[in-house]
Design a binder for this molecule. Structure first.
Ligand code: ADP
Ligand code: MG
Length: 688
């Protein structure tokens, strides 16, 4: 006996060796096996008459076996099996190498379907082309039965692993599809309203569709499921968060004075976001807010003011950054901002421990965090280590949240009563905001601070490189600074040491010997990184060569040129991030896109970047061009939307409505046990 939770090694046809292979594919249970959907289908539903076969063609024939024999070749002594087969139009020879058992399978006078490549074979005595013959080499064969699974239909093609063939996997899946009936888990009102196939039918059809129309309705049903289930998980987690209790923050403490002292006036968007955060504080449950805003829109100050309020409440706050460089930069800024506020500020990364600007031992730091003396701690993921214990942690801010991994996210999940404010410069398309991020409240900084000019973005053809260098030299002579970003060229060079070093050498020795050039890449030690950043900030370095490793958040307003090498290798969101490093002052700024690809002038991503400076627009474009998989941590979050197209806003909204209605009636889904099971089977792993 078996059910959907039966481990695959206990399934007939599988066994321990094959189970290992299936586990490689992520298939652990019978349920996983049935939901292991094909990556594509091959259309073998039409037959070609043998007389019409042409060399080179991928063909599908239905024929009677006239003769089969197997023998060893004289020359290289391998076994050759030949079957002469015929249909109404002609006959043809099928040949297989090293499969002598085929003489037992392919029986004379029986009908088979063969599918494979038509090759041209010179006859042994031959010479002249007309003496040659066509044949089918190593075709897939299947006896003509009532139901074909490997040939003569839309045949599913699965992603495989070594030592497992399409035919084997197809056969296992088909066998268990036939042995199983999936009980419908969707409420029948939804099924009816959406005119969906039932799940059992949809799963079976998605593997073995009769035609493309059937495949498409199966797809629609399963896409609906993916998004609907996500909505339920996300909304359930939101509702359960709302049952928790947060630390009390007195929001009556006036921030006006603090805001007045800032060197600039806050934008409308910043004030609004701050208001929304304070509003969260007034509620009695932990908030989970995402502050989205284009690069340079000024998210940091919003977070800083929220942290300030927390510190003034004698509570603690933390600001997490994805990189050392960024953590240090935030630390420097906040030290200055809070210098007269009379509370303690610390920096904690894997290489640095500081209190109020002075070095401190890790032990002291940890003790003062635990006692509550330190009010605000800035750092990298080192902050998430077990030894770091806060006494009254009220707010955690996470900068560039999408750069944190699954493990770090799951630690954050354990922050039970802490307000969470995540920040991202990668604007999330509307559909994703309503699905994956649907448990978050959103604040958006739509406009940039006043006085920023549009950044001029150009794709530069290789022949204009010298001109670009001339232009850069002029900018530097006028006192401005320049970034040069290098891509990671080789897989093995994950830290980008090689490409950045080569570029650094070229620029400092040949192109700009007269200027001071700096270098940053993933292998440079944190201390040195800090000093390079500091020199760049102080304009003691004119041009900084860097890899994408240090991409995020760096703020040097005097920099006006962003030059990107191998720009076709970067995603649109990332390119937009790079560009946002410049254009942060009153000076006119430029972004030059270089590419190793001679067709770069037509590259849709690069063109999109030259046409738009709006991060939200670019995010929607990126979603269309690349799909959701690579973006927004959908893959790393464990949400792999295999079927659903996440740019379908209409579907996203409908599923959300259903999910909300259902949860409002029955938060624990107790009246829908099957649905409940599905939701629990895949827990939510992103920030909640
Ligand atoms: P991001 O949203 O990309 O993190 P930052 O917070 O680093 O942006 O802000 C970018 C720059 O803009 C910083 O130098 C910051 O001091 C400045 N800034 C922030 N808010 C304003 C404002 N309202 N007016 C002028 N400059 C601002
Ligand atoms: Mg930032």
């Amino acid at each position: 006996m078996f059910d959907l939770t039966t481990l695959i090694e206990n399934l007939y046809l599988v066994g321990p060796a094959r189970a290992k292979l299936l586990i490689n594919l992520g298939i652990h249970t019978l349920n996983d096996l049935l939901f292991y959907f094909p990556r594509a289908h091959q259309d073998l539903s039409k037959f070609t008459p043998i007389a019409d076969l042409k060399p080179g063609q991928q063909a599908n024939i239905k024929a009677k076996i006239l003769d089969v024999k197997s023998f060893r070749t004289k020359v290289r002594r391998f076994s050759l099996t030949q079957a002469l087969v015929e249909d109404d139009s002609a006959s043809i020879l099928c040949v297989w190498f090293n499969q002598p058992f085929l003489t037992k399978v392919l029986k004379k006078n029986e009908y088979f379907i063969f599918s494979g490549k038509v090759t041209f074979k010179n006859s042994a005595k031959g010479g002249s082309a007309s003496g040659g013959k066509i044949q089918l080499q190593n075709p897939v064969y299947e006896e003509v039965k009532k139901e074909q699974i490997h040939t003569s239909r839309l045949v599913p093609l699965y992603s495989l692993t070594a030592n497992l063939t399409q035919k084997q996997l197809r056969y296992i899946i088909k066998t268990y599809l036939d042995k199983t009936t999936l009980a419908e888990y969707l409420p029948s009102e939804i099924l009816r309203a959406e005119k969906l196939l039932d799940e059992n039918r949809a799963v079976k059809t998605f593997h073995f569709p009769d035609n493309y129309a059937a495949l498409s309705s199966a797809q629609s049903r399963l896409a609906f499921d993916e998004i609907f289930q996500t909505q339920l998980r996300v909304l359930q987690s939101k509702k359960s968060r709302e049952q928790k209790k947060s630390l009390k923050i007195d929001t009556a403490i006036s921030m006006e004075e603090k805001i007045r002292q800032l060197p600039f006036t806050l934008t409308e968007g910043q004030l609004q976001a701050l208001k929304e955060i304070i509003n969260d504080f007034n509620k009695l449950f932990p908030a989970n807010r995402l502050l989205e805003g284009d690069v340079g829109s000024g998210k940091t100050i919003v977070a800083a003011l929220a942290l300030w309020l927390v510190a003034k409440n004698n509570l603690q706050g933390a600001l997490l950054s994805p990189t050392e460089v960024l953590a240090q930069q935030h630390y420097g800024n906040l030290l200055k901002l809070f210098q007269n506020d009379g509370f303690d500020l610390a920096l904690l990364t894997s290489s640095q421990t500081r209190i109020n600007g002075n070095p401190a031992t890790r032990a002291t730091l940890l003790a003062q965090i635990a006692s509550g003396k330190i009010k605000i701690v800035l750092g990298t993921h080192a902050l998430l280590e077990k030894e770091v214990k806060f006494s009254k942690l009220a707010l955690v801010v996470i900068d560039e949240q999408h750069r944190f991994g699954v493990q770090q996210r799951s630690i954050l999940k354990q922050l039970n009563n802490t307000h969470l404010l995540t920040m991202s410069a990668t604007p999330i398309p509307r559909t994703l905001a309503l699905t994956l991020y649907g448990d978050l409240d959103l604040s958006r900084l739509k406009e940039l601070p006043v006085g920023r000019q549009k950044i001029i973005t150009r794709i530069v053809a290789e022949e204009n490189r010298a001109k670009a260098y001339d232009f850069i030299a002029k900018q530097i002579l006028a006192g401005r600074q320049v970034f040069v970003i290098c891509p990671l060229i080789e897989e093995s060079d994950k830290l980008g040491v090689k490409s950045a070093q080569t570029e650094f050498k070229k620029l400092s020795e040949q192109i700009f010997p007269q200027f001071k050039i700096g270098l940053l890449h993933g292998k440079i030690r944190p201390k040195e990184k800090e000093s390079v950043m500091l020199e760049f900030k102080d304009n003691r370095i004119n041009l900084l060569v860097s890899t994408s490793v240090v991409e995020v958040g760096v703020d040097v307003p005097n920099a006006t040129v962003m030059m990107i090498e191998g720009s076709e290798r970067f995603g649109l969101a990332q390119l937009h991030q790079f560009r946002g490093r410049v254009g942060r002052s009153e000076y006119r700024s430029y972004c030059f896109l270089f590419s190793d690809d001679p067709n770069s002038l037509q590259n849709p991503r690069l063109v999109a970047l030259t046409e738009s400076d709006n991060g939200f627009e670019l995010a929607e474009k990126d979603l269309q061009i690349r799909g959701a998989g690579d973006l927004y941590g959908t893959k790393q979050s464990g949400y792999d939307f295999k079927i659903a197209n996440l740019s379908n806003l209409d579907l996203v909204q409908r599923t959300r409505n259903y999910a909300e209605k259902l949860l409002n009636e029955d938060i624990n889904l107790n009246s829908y046990p099957l649905l409940k099971q599905k939701i629990q089977a895949q827990p939510l792993v992103h920030l909640e």
